[in-house]
Design a protein around this ligand. Structure first.
Ligand code: ADP
Ligand code: ZN
Length: 720
């Protein structure tokens, strides 16, 4: 029988089935491989190599875990084929060991006690815990869910147990979570209700179809797709909701909890140990009706999938760049097709890929025209830095400073956005001009002032920030060039000494808990001014935030990436969408040296359609995606000469034809990364070209030195 191993091998290996063992396709088994026993899955089709029956080794055991569903196996084959990966590498994502192979131990959670101990002290924190528990009587909460929902530390729960206020209770699995499809549905506006009805119908009818759900930030898209999720669970099916940065999505998960009366199953890389095992199994056994997850959740073994939702579908975080390179949004559509279920793509700023599919009539579109309730769209204005530049060595222009002052004096909150970590992106010696560069990468070192270090944001190289120039020995000559969030926060603290400033970047926000804690501080108005990277652009809802200042609106436009304009528009629109989401009107100020740029004009005028039309026209004229296909080939080697030789070999073997062209090789923008020399080639083809077949022939024909490594990226998103 063919057994696929989660290893980078060409295909499945053949194994004998011992007498008295019963196995079918999909079964998880252990098999001998060399001297070891490894996990694998009995595959469909035939094995790659043939071995004489006498030499065939036998399957060692069948693992007592749910077999992989046929649709998931087809999905694995499909993705391997599309991304030009080994099927076993794709399987590794669907068969996380040990989560998928070990029997989860019963877990213990918390519940209310029937007769609470009298005289126990009820602090504000304890009261919140009791309120959460009373909100869903009979429900057993995991410690971390309960602590998060109540905004307390796990220590508070232990204290309450000792005081006899709550009691431990077994959780056999997620099946015990009694989700209610009708728990807390709000009254929808007519536009929302229309969209929701349409999605409910698609879910009830079943079958494959893709719908784009778009509408400005705050228009109720989440509210609408929750209705589709409700429809799925009402029909006894599972719903998968993919979020780009799930670890930071506490607010969204809380909305699921509020809407359905119990927390959803959550799946991402931070979910570990017993919880990971329990979740994998609950999904495979159909006991987890709702899964909210990162792109890796796409690989779960759903027992009865009924719906896939991809929220913020335009986000580049859905593209996995290492290992198997795949785009989770695109592969979500593929999985939905193989599972014959509807797929909903959600965004305020849909990708051009998705909009092109709407234009071609392949995707349906549901549009929500306006913000919910009293909230209007924020007013967007550009601050022309040529006319009103910030004072020397500072980064906030006078009009922005004035607006922050005004906002704070009204007791409202402001957000300063700069998509750059650290204090300064470049350090320079004023005496000799020396610049600090990473020893492993073609990149400047970024100063991080709190940790007094210089860091490479590509490879993680870190060194202590020196006092003297290592090149010329001058003292006190090192100068920070340009701003990062740390520097803007420093400037803000100096300008507004009374304001409580919070910095949010991946240096200060460490995982789900710290993100949730910061969000709670903002909601509780313990913060006046937030300074943050793209981490703050995501779906947060802060009712008292009324001003968003973009420190460097031009930042993303540099570099000439194919999608630079589209992406800048998306991220600035998204971060601007944080302003004025409740009663008070919001305002967005963009600091720019180029207010005439189409992206700035579109943001200021709100003429989204026009921007999209112009951008589409440019892509169409150039034959770029979504009107053409790209496959990137990245050659890397420890020595530059080897990288060059490999790139030249690929060039010589490059296919030629009418409908496609091979560009390059050229040094990658990050010509050296982690000590590896990198060269890039790009296959650019018309949409109807079978690029996978072309690539396979090409790679087979090229005589590449063994010391070079070749990575293939189908539909590349990053070009560094
Ligand atoms: P989007 O996903 O489009 O950004 P949300 O679904 O997050 O929008 O809605 C924005 C805010 O408005 C949320 O706080 C949401 O709960 C609220 N909201 C949206 N629609 C309704 C409704 N029909 N009734 C009550 N509140 C609503
Ligand atoms: Zn580096």
């Amino acid at each position: 029988m063919p057994v696929l191993l989660p290893l980078p091998l060409a295909g499945a290996y053949d194994y004998a089935v011992p007498e008295a063992m019963e196995v079918a396709a999909g079964a998880v088994v252990t098999v001998p491989l060399g001297p070891r026993l490894v996990h694998g899955v009995v595959w469909h089709g035939t094995a790659a190599g043939t071995v004489s029956a006498a030499k065939l080794r036998a399957i060692a055991s069948v693992v007592p875990t749910p077999p992989l569903k046929p649709a998931l196996m087809r999905f694995i084959d499909w993705v391997a084929d599309y991304t030009l990966s080994a099927p076993g590498e794709v399987l590794r994502m669907a068969l996380p060991v040990p989560a998928a192979t070990e029997v989860p131990r019963p877990r213990v959670g918390w519940r209310l006690v029937e007769a609470p101990a009298e005289g126990a002290r009820i602090t504000a924190e304890r009261a919140r815990v009791l309120e959460v528990l009373r909100g869903a009587p009979g429900l057993v909460w995991t410690g971390s869910d309960l602590a998060r929902a109540a905004g307390v530390t796990p220590g508070v729960l232990r204290g309450m147990a000792q005081a006899g206020l709550i009691a431990p209770a077994p959780m056999a699995g997620l099946a015990d979570q009694p989700l209610r499809a009708d728990a807390a549905a709000p009254a929808l506006t007519p536009a929302q209700a229309g969209a929701a009805a349409s999605l409910r119908h698609a879910v009830a009818a079943g079958g494959f179809g893709v719908t784009l759900l778009d509408g400005v930030t705050g228009s109720g898209k989440t509210e609408v797709y929750l209705e589709a999720v409700a429809a799925a669970i009402a029909h006894g099916r599972q719903a998968l909701v993919l979020l780009p940065e799930i670890a930071l999505s506490a607010q969204v998960i809380d909305r699921f909890t509020a809407r359905f009366g119990a927390p959803p199953a959550v799946w991402h890389s931070e979910v570990a140990g017993a919880r990971r095992r329990a979740t994998w199994r609950a999904v495979a056994e159909g006991r987890a009706p709702i899964v909210v997850g990162a792109r890796s959740a796409l690989w779960l073994n759903f027992a009865a999938l009924g719906l896939i939702v991809v929220d913020e579908e335009h986000e580049t975080a859905f593209k996995q760049e290492d290992g198997v390179t795949y785009h989770a949004r695109d592969m979500a559509v593929v999985r939905a097709r193989l599972e014959r279920v509807p797929c909903v793509l959600v965004s305020a700023t849909p990708s051009l890929e998705t909009l092109a599919n709407v234009e071609r009539g392949r995707y349906a579109r549901l549009h929500l025209p306006e913000r919910h309730g009293a909230a209007g769209m924020p007013e967007v204005a550009a601050i022309d830095l040529r006319r009103t530049p910030p004072p020397r060595g500072r980064f906030l222009a006078p009009p922005l400073v004035a607006a922050i002052e005004e906002t704070l004096s009204r007791g409202e909150q402001a957000l300063l956005f700069l998509n750059r970590r650290g204090f300064a992106p470049l350090t320079l010696c004023r005496a000799c001009g020396h610049r600090f560069q990473c020893p492993n990468c073609t990149a400047w070192l970024v100063e991080h002032r709190y940790t007094r270090t210089l860091q490479c944001h590509h490879c993680g190289h870190t060194e202590a920030a020196p006092q003297t120039c290592p090149a010329c020995g001058a003292e006190g000559s090192l100068t920070a060039i340009g701003p990062g969030v740390e520097r803007v926060a420093e400037e803000a603290r100096a300008l507004f000494p009374a304001a409580r400033v919070l910095e949010m970047s991946s240096d200060t926000v460490r995982g789900a808990h710290s993100a949730a804690a910061m969000a709670a501080m903002i909601e509780n108005r313990e913060i006046d001014l937030i300074v943050g990277t793209q981490l703050v652009a995501k779906g947060w809802h802060f009712p008292h935030l009324t001003l968003v200042g973009v420190v460097d609106a031009d930042l993303g436009l540099a570099g000439g990436d194919l999608r630079a304009a589209e992406r800048t528009f998306q991220v600035l629109h998204q971060v601007g969408g944080r302003a004025g989401r409740a009663a008070q009107a919001g305002r967005v100020l963009l600091q720019t040296w180029n207010p005439g740029h189409p992206v700035m004009r579109a943001l200021v005028s709100g003429e989204v359609e026009r921007f999209v039309t112009e951008e589409m026209a440019e892509r169409r004229a150039g034959g770029w995606p979504p009107f053409g296909r790209l496959v990137a080939v990245i050659v890397s080697a420890g020595e530059a000469a080897v990288a060059d030789a490999a790139a030249a070999a690929l060039r010589r073997a490059a296919p030629a034809g009418e409908r496609f062209v091979v560009l390059g090789p050229a040094p990658a923008p990050l010509a050296v990364l982690r000590g590896m020399h990198r060269r890039r080639l790009l296959l650019k083809a018309a949409r109807e070209v079978d690029v996978q077949a072309l690539m396979r022939d090409w790679l087979a024909a090229a005589e590449v030195p063994r010391a070079a490594r070749i990575d293939v990226d189908v539909d590349p998103v990053s070009f560094v």
